[in-house]
Design a protein around this ligand. Structure first.
Ligand code: BES
Ligand code: ZN
Ligand code: ZN
Length: 499
């Protein structure tokens, strides 16, 4: 079991064949072939055949689950049929959805230790996706509750098949577990209320992470930020009593191939500042550090999987608050890069901290920069909740990142960055202003502003995840409420594959 666990339940490492200690549910995975359930030979084949002859509602469709309680088919275990759907049209998402349905059903039935029997034709990636959906569904954030929700599932295992598949399945199970753990890390950070999830808190979490991963870390407090000339970053937190923190973490494997910088927005609470947000749903702005959380978790996942690329994580945590010391609309600040910015709207603060963080990221001489941020509410208006918004100055780079997401159903959609969008971001009294004169094309304006802080020739992608970072309950394996942890897996995969 990995050392990093801030989430509230544990898996016993019993997924390796034969080691399961206390199986209480035998899970028979059943797919469809030409519309008919295809059942591999297993210990329950006779019962299944008889059952299917009764033409039950269970037909092996994706996410269908049939439970035969303990004592019905087996004396001391429940037997559960799990449908994964049509073979020809099998996408990995089908397996995730099936795994998710199983997790919900087992939790409801208070079954705690399932053992999976995959079909004879199951490939490693099928098993991985099923477990992914299963594990991602089990997340709970109840550290602040005095009465804990009952968590049924404690361990899982995979029934022995043959030596080769046993080895492969054990490997993918471990990987699915690691992925879930990193997604949970991102969710945990994002869900943390801002009285606990302060800049100091995340700086301490980052230190723990660096220690665990053997990565080097630099924590910049106000003094160091000032020395770096990060006036614009500091301006965002100047209304808060809490000191903002900038973290630079580096993973540098021997003989590394490429270098990638990951730059994340970590606003621990976004009240809007003097341009105060309306009260309705303002509590959701504790999630405004999701970009930093996503990239920190992706960093962990990539490092844990021994990525061959060097990765530099640059995340900035600070609070956007109104007070006597807060930035006032019209204030002008110098950026680390030298340009000046007039803050017209103090609620467009993400781009302000990212401007300095992006500039700082160039110091590590990366081959590419990816940034992630809950930057604009407008991205949800443009795209809904089925993909995040992305912008780039390098379509090949974006292509690679998008391909990693596509396979995981972590989808991204590109928005244009025509130069004309920059025109109304030019300042009257400064080089740039932080918002345009009207509210149209808000997401693009955010991206265009950030592009001003990406140096010529530096391949870069900006991910606006404001619409997908939380409240993604329409996807069965994402939490009904709170953080989704989306894009942790895609970014990690990209970091590992980039060449
Ligand atoms: N953190 C918000 C963006 C956001 C909005 C995230 C809704 C999640 C849900 C960001 O700092 C912000 O307030 N952006 C402004 C920009 C505007 C002032 C140009 C917005 O979206 O309204
Ligand atoms: Zn804001
Ligand atoms: Zn914000």
């Amino acid at each position: 079991m990995a050392t990093y666990q801030s989430y509230s339940f544990q898996f016993l490492p019993t997924y390796e064949s034969g080691k399961a200690s206390k199986t209480d549910a035998e899970i028979i995975v059943i797919g469809l072939e030409d519309g008919k359930p295809s059942v591999s030979k297993n210990a329950f084949s006779t019962q299944i055949e008889k059952y299917m002859a009764t033409k039950p509602a269970f037909q092996g469709k994706t996410g269908q689950v049939a439970v035969f309680p303990k004592g019905t088919w087996a004396p001391s275990q429940a037997v559960v049929l799990l449908g994964v759907g049509e073979k020809d049209s099998k996408t990995l998402e089908n397996f995730r959805l099936a795994g998710s349905a199983l997790a919900s059903k087992l939790s409801a039935e208070k079954l705690s230790a399932p053992r999976f029997h995959f079909s004879n034709s199951a490939k490693g990636e099928d098993v991985h996706a099923t477990l992914e959906g299963f594990l991602l569904t089990l997340y709970k954030f109840d550290k602040h509750r005095t009465t804990k929700a009952h968590v049924a599932i404690e361990s899982f295992s995979i029934a022995a098949k043959d030596k080769d598949s046993d080895k492969e399945f054990a490997k993918v199970a471990k990987d699915a577990l690691l992925e879930a753990e990193c997604v949970f890390l991102a969710r945990d950070w994002s869900n943390e209320p801002s009285n606990v999830g302060t800049p100091d808190f995340y700086a301490a979490e980052c230190k723990k992470l660096a220690k665990e991963l053997g990565a080097s870390i630099r924590v910049l407090g106000a003094k160091e930020q000032a020395k770096e000339g990060m006036d614009l970053f500091m301006s965002v937190g100047q209304g808060s009593v809490r000191e903002g923190k900038v973290i630079v973490m580096e993973y540098k494997p021997k003989g590394y191939d490429k270098s990638i910088a990951l730059v994340g927005k970590g606003i621990t609470f976004d009240s809007g500042g003097i341009s105060l947000k309306p009260g309705l749903k303002m509590e959701e702005m504790k999630h405004d550090m999701s970009g930093a959380a996503t990239l920190s978790a992706a960093f962990r996942l990539a490092v844990k999987r021994n990525a061959k690329n060097r990765v530099v994580l640059v995340v900035g945590f600070t609070e956007n608050m109104p007070s006597a010391t807060a930035t006032q609309p019209g204030n002008i600040f110098k950026t680390r890069a030298g340009k000046t910015v007039e803050v017209i709207n103090t609620d467009a603060e993400g781009r302000l901290i990212l401007a300095d963080l992006l500039d700082l990221a160039h110091d590590s001489k990366p081959d590419a920069i990816i940034n992630a941020a809950t930057l604009t509410g407008a991205v949800g208006i443009a795209l809904g909740k089925h993909c995040c918004g992305v912008m780039t100055n390098d379509s090949a780079l974006l292509g690679e990142l998008r391909a990693c997401g596509e396979a995981l159903k972590e989808r991204m959609w590109e928005l244009p960055m025509f130069d004309e969008y920059l025109e109304d971001m030019k300042g009257d009294w400064s080089d740039l202003r932080n918002v345009a004169n009207d509210s149209n094309g808000g997401t693009i304006r955010g991206g265009i502003f950030l592009r001003e802080f990406v140096k010529k020739g530096m391949p870069w992608v900006h991910m606006d995840i404001a619409n997908t970072a939380y409240m993604m309950g329409h996807v069965p394996y994402l939490p009904k409420k709170g953080a989704s942890g989306l894009f942790v897996r895609a970014v990690a995969r990209f970091v590992e594959n980039y060449s």
